[in-house]
Design a protein around this ligand. Structure first.
Ligand SMILES: Nc1nc2c(ncn2[C@@H]2O[C@H](COP(=O)(O)OP(=O)(O)OP(=O)(O)O)[C@@H](O)[C@H]2O)c(=O)[nH]1
Ligand SMILES: [Mg+2]
Length: 298
C-alpha cells in the first residue's frame, strides 16, 4: 500500500548565529534567506517550502532569540513565539561547537513551556573533531526535554541534512501539500532582494552597523522586459553610520550593490539594475511606522 503524503509547518528556532537561515537555504536549494556571522541577521519570518515524494515541509525561519531592546526586537521575538505556537513541529537549532550558555537555556525553556513536539538539531558538526564529544550535550538535552529526535548536522556542508529532512517529514501530519511543489517561498521577490543587500552590508561592516541598518525595497520596475530595475533604501540612524556604509568615495556601497545584484540576478535569472540610497532616520528601530513599512509588523 502507498504511504500517505505528509505536510505541515516547521518552525526553525534558536539563538542568533545557530545556522537557521543556512539550513533553510540548504533544504530549499536556493538562497532565499540572508546569512551572516553577525547576530540578528534574520528579522522577518521567512517560509521555505521543501517537497519530496514523501511529503512537504514548510519551514519558517525566525529571528534568533535575544533580549529585546527596541520595538524592532520586541516584534522579532513576538514572531518567534507566534511561530512556535502555530506550527506542527518545532526544530530547535543549536550551534553544537560552542558551550551551552544562558541563551541556550532560554531557548530550551521556550520549547518546554510551549510543550510542542520538537526535534533538536545540533548544528556545525563540521567544527567538531570527535563526534563522541557530542554525547554529553545529547545527554543533557535528553534529560531536559522529550525531543522527538536529536540530529547532529552541518547545515553549511549539507552533512546529514537529508536525514534530518526525512525525520522531519515523517513527523508531520498526513495531508495534502500546502504549496505548489514548484513554490519555494512566500517571500515576495522584492523582500528577498532587500535581504540580499542587507546580507552584503553585514558582511562588509563591523559591530555596530548590522543592528542599525535596514533595507527597504522602494521601487521595482519591470517595464523593460530585458532588465529589472530595483531601488532600495538603506536605513541607518546617524550620519556617521551613513558615512561608514557609503565608504570612501562611495566605494563600500558600490561593492555592496554589485555583490547583491549578482545574487538577485541569479535568483531572477535576468539582468538587474540595482540602485541603493542611504537614508538617515533617527531611532527607526522604535518607530512603529517605519517598522510597518519594512514589513516587520506586530
Ligand atoms: N562551520 C559551520 N558554520 C555554519 C554552519 N551553519 C551556519 N554556519 C555559519 O554560522 C553563521 C550564522 O549562520 P546563519 O544561518 O545566518 O544563522 P541564523 O541562526 O540564521 O542567525 P540569525 O538570523 O542571526 O538568528 C554564518 O556565518 C554561517 O555561515 C555549519 O554547519 N558549520
Ligand atoms: Mg537567520
Amino acid at each position: 500500500m502507498e504511504k500517505a503524503f505528509r505536510s505541515g509547518l516547521v518552525a526553525l528556532i534558536g539563538r542568533p548565529n545557530a545556522g537557521k537561515s543556512t539550513l533553510l537555504n540548504r533544504v530549499v536549494g536556493e538562497k532565499i534567506a540572508a546569512v551572516s556571522n553577525k547576530p540578528q541577521t534574520t528579522r522577518h519570518r521567512i517560509k521555505g517550502v521543501v517537497t519530496t515524494d514523501k511529503g512537504q515541509a514548510v519551514f519558517i525561519d525566525t529571528p534568533g532569540v535575544h533580549k529585546p531592546g527596541h520595538l524592532l526586537n520586541r516584534r522579532m521575538m513576538a514572531a518567534v513565539h507566534d511561530a512556535i505556537m502555530s506550527v506542527d513541529l518545532v526544530v530547535l537549532m543549536r550551534d553544537a561547537s560552542v558551550s551551552t550558555g544562558n541563551g541556550d537555556r532560554f531557548v530550551l525553556d521556550l520549547v518546554k513551556k510551549a510543550e510542542r513536539s520538537a526535534v533538536l538539531v545540533l548544528n556545525k558538526i563540521d567544527k567538531i573533531k570527535k563526534k563522541a564529544d557530542l554525547l554529553p550535550l545529547i545527554d543533557w538535552y535528553q534529560k531536559e526535554y522529550e525531543f522527538a529526535a536529536i540530529i547532529p548536522v552541518s547545515a553549511l556542508k549539507g552533512e546529514a541534512v537529508d536525514e534530518l529532512l526525512n525525520e522531519i517529514i515523517a513527523r508531520l501530519p498526513e495531508g495534502a501539500p500546502i504549496f505548489a511543489d514548484d513554490e519555494l517561498t512566500d517571500q515576495p521577490m522584492r523582500q528577498i532582494a532587500a535581504e540580499m543587500v542587507r546580507e552584503k552590508i553585514l558582511a562588509s561592516t563591523g559591530e555596530e552597523i548590522p543592528y542599525v541598518t535596514a533595507v527597504v525595497p522602494e521601487l521595482w520596475d519591470e517595464s523593460d522586459p530585458n532588465i529589472t530595475r530595483i531601488f532600495c533604501a538603506v536605513y541607518v540612524e546617524r550620519p556617521s553610520q551613513k558615512k561608514i556604509i557609503v565608504g570612501k568615495g562611495g566605494a563600500r556601497i558600490r561593492e555592496v550593490g554589485t555583490k547583491a545584484r549578482i545574487d538577485i540576478e541569479n535568483l531572477l535569472g535576468k539582468q538587474v539594475f540595482l540602485k541603493l540610497f542611504v537614508k538617515v532616520v533617527e531611532d527607526w528601530r522604535n518607530q512603529a511606522r517605519d517598522l510597518d513599512e519594512m514589513g516587520i509588523r506586530e
